[in-house]
Design a protein around this ligand. Sequence first.
Ligand code: PMP
Length: 305
Amino acid sequence: MPSPHAFFKGEFVPLENAKISVMTHGFLYGTACFEGIRAYWSEEKRQLLAFRMREHYDRLRNSCKILQISLPYSSEELCNITVEMLRRSGFQQDVYIRPIAYKSSEAIGVTLLGLKDDLVIFAVPFGLYLDISKGLKLKVSSWRHLEDNAIPMRAKINGSYVNAALAKSEAIQCGCDEAIFLTQDGHVSEGSGENIFIVKSGKLITPPVTDDILEGITRASVIEIAKKEFGIETVERRIDRTELYTADECFLCGTAAQVSPVAEIDNRTIGDGKIGPITKKIQDLFFEVVKGKIDRYAGWCTPVY
Ligand code: PMP
């Protein structure tokens, strides 16, 4: 049986003991940034493999820089702490790791300055976030995405996810599975918690990092895998809304979403409404990579035990 532990205020503690006050600044104002990292259990190897953990911690440190949170650990130290937390927890199943660096002072007042900072890391058992076996139904959201001069999406800021929750809930209430955000000037940005790719004439197209997206680690992995394994190029450029409707294929990707094919956007069928052939190739390879089945990607998978 697993015994979930957290790394909390510099120590490993049972998860139920990792508690914060209702007056914590990060809770009062959303002044915190976080990561989501998957670790996959390989029954074959009897091993838990954390996917691209270092890249997640490099991004967390950048988020902290933007939010003026001091995080006194290198990415390597954060990886080691996470491995130790997972070992103490004893998981033998797929898990989702949630590190959060936050303004921890118990204080009223909107600022980033003169406050204490803390870090918590915990993990929970985790299965599918979106159904990846069939195509998803998407809705272009009536909520516009946050932009770099409001709350930057480049930083994975807890408070930003209010924007995501509004869009995702609207999509669900409209009978869809997920929302697509447009930028303030009306170009395709990303999903509520995923990056988006379309396929046109055998090429992948995805919005550039300057269109208010989180610079996704799965996005970067997909671009690399597609090129190296299949010789498929990715073009990073602005995408118009109607290009979504006329795409040959479309998929979302992210740590939680993995590689999730899209069948319908705003009641328009994408391709023939089934999982597209390029999407399927990338999805299949992605799962082999994250489960540690392909040796040349072993560097992306950190063993816990
Ligand atoms: N965009 C947003 C808004 C997200 O929350 C996520 C999930 N972290 C992604 C994209 C995908 O990023 P990653 O592949 O690094 O998980």
